[in-house]
Design a protein around this ligand. Structure first.
Ligand code: BGP
Length: 470
């Protein structure tokens, strides 16, 4: 729709940005923290270990001061489960509790609302060794972890996110480094059983949040990308519906309505992968009631009909999956790509928001969106990342359009507040507004520099998104 009246964003719109513990903190085996699955994985060849990252653990005060300088209203960060509970259960690490307590206080000092992700790709290794999310006990282990967080931080944290990109943990856990499927006979059965437990854990954690913290708000944080059909051929449309269900709606239908998507159910039946359930599971699922939907968006996906036969192929969290008989990724010729090959689709962002709002009618907060690039620090200490400004500007414009069309928009937290270690492509794939002076293997001085996008975003926030010019 062409709009002649672009409305202003709400005054309390939550402008900010995101990070995750294992990618930003460093100190991954210090101060009482136990290893997580990220710490025991073999990092992809040519990429750095996770022992230092951006050294946020030691420099959070300096970093939060820079976020305050940009005018952040919120800061999305995650809590490392194994920093709080080194073995995943049992003994609490007081130093870990204190660390996040200090981070929260530091945010509040500047009027920045902490937006806390409870779990971002880093299951405690001790739990993984016992069988991880495949065990039914994982549900209560997560809920106990949630209870500890609510008890310690609930007096100060109003906004909570449950599980980051549960859909990607399920679909591409091997790329993220969270799952090893070698030797597994029916990988569908395994990953969708784990998924079922995560869904139960999420529903219980949302309910507990409402019981313990009546003023708080909580929601899921999947990676949602509307899936386009490659053409108007009816079979391509069916393929797009398949992938939309498998990639997107399964997770949000469960979080919001507490029911399994029927296409996904049929797909699981086909693969002999219906999860084992206990009586009452679906009541638990229906008891969650998120207050909003957090979602990560990088780009859309496009698929075509996939003939029977051939091999299933996995991509990363944004691109390139293929399942014979279900869908096949199609390179969208209408879109540009980033240096790392991810498609760029701001209008698809609006389409995704429209679709989500019409399905769920809950306020939306963007918990990730951004451009990974090889930024260069100039001799005079500048980073001219006009390509990032361009990317973000185009996406914010679409938020304003979606909001003008009646989509309730709560906030925008691009990835990432500060440079950090990418999921599988190392330190050189930078996303931040704040440059961290290190290379893949040379830690240099880890000094912070304001990128051009830093100054631009500051102005965007100061004008509540009205001035998007350079
Ligand atoms: C999301 C993850 C983030 C982040 C981001 C960018 O899937 O939630 O943790 O890493 O993608 O991805 P990448 O680091 O692979 O470029």
């Amino acid at each position: 729709m062409l709009l002649s009246n672009i409305k202003k964003l709400p005054e309390d719109f939550l402008w900010g940005a995101s990070t995750s513990a294992y990618q930003v903190e460093g100190a991954n085996l210090s101060y009482g923290k136990g290893p997580s699955v990220q710490d025991i994985k073999k990092v992809p060849e040519g990429t750095s270990e996770l022992d230092v990252c951006a050294d946020f653990y030691h420099r959070y005060k300096e970093d939060i001061a820079l976020m305050a300088e940009m005018g952040f209203k919120t800061f999305r960060f995650s809590v490392a489960w194994s920093r709080i509970l080194p073995d995943g259960v049992g003994k609490v690490n007081q130093e870990g509790i204190d660390f996040y307590s200090n981070v929260i206080d530091e945010c509040l000092k500047y009027g920045i609302e902490p937006l806390v992700t409870m779990f971002h790709f880093d299951l405690p290794a001790a739990l993984e060794k016992k069988g991880g999310w495949l065990r039914r006990e994982s549900v209560d282990e997560f809920v106990e972890f949630a209870r500890i967080l609510y008890e310690n931080y609930g007096d100060r944290v109003k906004y909570w996110l449950t599980i980051n990109e549960q859909n990607m943990l399920t679909l591409v856990g091997e790329v993220i480094g969270t799952s090893d499927l070698s030797g597994v006979t029916n990988k569908y059965k395994k990953v969708y059983q784990e998924n079922h437990h995560m869904l139960l854990a999420q529903a219980k954690a949302m309910k507990l949040c409402h019981d313990m913290l009546p003023g708080a708000k909580i929601g899921p944080a999947p990676n949602i990308s509307l899936v386009y059909p490659a053409s108007c051929k009816p079979k391509d449309v069916l393929a797009a519906q398949n992938y939309n269900a498998i990639r997107n709606w399964l997770y949000l239908d469960m979080a919001v309505y507490g029911r399994y998507d029927n296409l996904v159910w049929a797909y699981l039946e086909e693969h002999d992968a219906i999860p084992d359930m206990e009586p009452g599971d679906m009541d638990i699922m229906a008891s969650g009631h998120p207050d909003f939907i957090g979602f990560n968006y990088y780009n859309t996906a496009t698929v075509e009909w996939a003939q029977e036969g051939g091999e299933a192929k996995m991509g990363d969290q944004q691109s390139g999956a293929n399942e014979p008989g279900v869908y096949k990724t199609f390179k969208n010729p209408n879109l540009l790509r980033t240096e790392f090959g991810w498609e760029i689709d701001p209008e698809g962002f609006r389409a995704t928001m429209r679709e989500m709002y019409s399905r769920y009618h809950l306020p939306l907060i963007v918990t990730e969106n951004g451009l990974g690039a090889y930024d260069k620090l100039t001799d005079d200490g500048k980073i001219h990342d006009n390509y990032r400004i361009e990317y973000l500007r185009k996406h914010i414009e679409q938020i304003k359009l979606a909001a003008s069309e009646g989509v309730e928009m709560m906030g925008y937290c691009p990835w990432s507040a500060i440079d950090l270690v990418s999921t599988h492509e190392g330190v050189v794939k930078r996303y931040g507004f704040i440059y961290v002076n290190r290379d893949e293997f040379d830690l240099k001085d880890l000094a912070r520099y304001r990128k051009d996008s830093f100054y631009w975003y500051k102005k965007v926030i100061a004008t509540n998104g009205e001035d998007l010019t350079d």
